[in-house]
Write a protein that binds this ligand. Structure first.
Ligand SMILES: Cc1ncc(COP(=O)(O)O)c(C=O)c1O
Length: 490
């Protein structure tokens, strides 16, 4: 296996600058030019020229092309980032989302001029309602976490309308961090329930905390261990028995598409990360899109405006007395809605089911290749992802999960998610997704096994990795909290 260099260092574009070099030059205009201070008020004119780099066109093209090669993307390689579903996004979606009728439509265009876009939103909402077993769907939220807030605000409005003052939301200890954060933002006290030895929510512990002060449970299924909640029916009975609402964090929907529906399992609300399950380039803060589905009793609380069909026309309905209100500007990240719609239409019902089957098959195949070399805290057939532990390597040679993740970069792979879920020590969370081939998974498994051997035989090479990237180990906290992104001429 060859170690791959991700490119040598190169200068900043400012360092390429040569005084008076230009990217392009044009003949002088043959019409008289008005002086600048006639066009722009003098007080708004800068006194000195901006310190911009003076470079040629090839300098610019090469510089930015080289920079773009420093990004790791799903178009470049395998991206097994557990919980994030970094699957390949078909390029046809880009063509569809770029159609001028969609891309150039002003978000405030009158509804008469936006009938096609409104029809797409309406149809997408109905397709997603069918997929989730829900009665209504909104596609306003910008991402999964925003969808969670939307769902909990609707639950809060529902109890308020019934005159019930419920104060708590139950969240399993395996939950994604956004779940407790959302519950707290929506004004609820978070009650954590532990997982049992099989990786399910501990039903006895749930029973012990359930009472009429609980508004909802936020459950992820398959959960963040990649395991199907085997006692989902018991959970439903306990929560509904106490008058609470069932909220599904549907971020892992690609594992059960076309196979199981949240609505049939008794969930009242669910969110679906369109940018994961329904393919949109995401990560690195890129745009997301989220759909939130609800059962009929929560539909009056949907955010405004809703898209309604009146005969052959589509309209925006703002006149909804019990609505939680407007979530954001406009009606959702429309470009991503177009991509999700194109994906569902091109896959069809059988194709969507195949997505889930392939996601689960791929994860179990990869797990079978790796299980001998790493600890496996929850030894079950997994769904779309699985969680290993690097505890053995840490105890034997002091090599941490983080070291191994860094070493993977030398082998040309994006690292898996690490140290999440929090209930697994030295967690390594791997999600191959349904779009990867057997060959890619074999190559990845070879790299992981090679690293496990290195951890045993020459641990220093792992502890000091990565060796082939433009930068080695960064102070990640400082990089996140105090990013230094500006070049200053002085
Ligand atoms: C299980 C789970 N829930 C919620 C979220 C939040 O989604 P988003 O990142 O779109 O806000 C994620 C994101 O990774 C997730 O994996």
């Amino acid at each position: 296996m060859s170690l791959r260099s991700r490119g040598r260092d190169f200068p900043l574009i400012f360092e390429l600058s040569v005084p008076e070099r230009v990217g392009s030059s044009y003949p002088s205009p043959d019409v008289p030019l008005r002086p600048l201070d006639e066009l722009i008020p003098a007080r708004q004119l800068r006194e000195e020229a901006a310190a911009l780099p003076e470079v040629s066109e090839p300098d610019v093209v090469r510089h930015y092309t080289r920079l773009s090669h420093r990004n790791f993307s799903i178009d470049e390689g395998f991206y097994p980032l557990g919980s994030c579903t970094m699957k390949y996004n078909p390029k046809v979606h880009e063509d569809v989302a770029g159609l001028p009728g969609f891309a150039r439509l002003h978000p405030y265009a009158p509804v008469e001029h936006a009938q096609g876009a409104l029809q797409l939103i309406w149809e997408l909402e109905h397709l997603l309602a069918e997929i989730g077993g829900m009665d209504r769907v909104t596609v306003h939220p910008a991402a999964g976490a925003h969808g969670e807030l939307t769902g909990l605000l609707m639950i809060r409005a529902y109890f308020h309308a019934r005159g019930e003052a419920r104060t708590k939301v139950i969240v399993p200890d395996s939950a994604h961090g956004t779940n407790p954060a959302t519950a707290s933002m929506a004004g609820y006290q978070v009650v954590t329930v532990k997982s049992d030895a099989r990786g399910n929510l501990d039903v006895d512990a749930l029973r012990a905390v359930m009472d009429r002060s609980v508004a909802a449970i936020m459950l992820t299924n398959p959960n963040t261990l990649g395991l199907f909640e085997e006692r989902i029916q018991d959970v439903e009975r306990i929560i509904h028995g106490g008058g609470g609402q069932m909220y599904l964090d549907g971020a892992n929907l690609n594992a059960v598409l076309g196979v199981a529906r949240a609505g049939d399992q008794g969930f009242d609300v669910m969110h679906m990360n369109l940018h994961k399950t329904f393919t949109t380039p995401h990560g690195g803060g890129g745009p997301g899109a989220c759909a939130v589905g609800v059962k009929a009793h929560l539909a009056p609380f949907l955010p405004v405006p809703t898209v309604e069909r009146v005969g052959e026309r589509f309209v925006l309905d703002y006149d909804r007395r019990q609505s939680i209100g407007k979530l954001r500007a406009f009606y959702g990240n429309f470009g991503n809605l177009v991509r999700a719609y194109a994906y569902i239409r091109t896959m069809g019902a059988d194709g969507l089911r195949q997505v889930a089957e392939s996601a689960v098959l791929n994860a179990n195949y990869l797990l079978a290749l790796l299980r001998g070399a790493f600890d496996l805290p929850y030894d079950r057939i997994c769904k779309h992802e699985f969680v290993l532990s690097g505890l053995r390597q840490k105890q034997q040679s002091g090599v941490t999960t983080k070291d191994m993740a860094k070493r993977l970069l030398d082998y040309g792979f994006h690292a898996p998610t690490i140290y999440f879920p929090l209930i697994v020590e030295e967690a390594i969370m791997i999600e191959p997704t349904e779009t990867e081939s057997k060959r890619t998974m074999d190559e990845f498994a070879d790299a992981m096994l090679a690293i496990a051997r290195e951890a045993q035989d020459r641990s220093e090479v792992v502890k000091t990795a990565p060796h082939t990237t433009p930068v080695q180990r960064l102070d990640e906290v400082r990089a996140a909290r105090h990013p230094d992104l500006r070049w200053s001429p002085r």
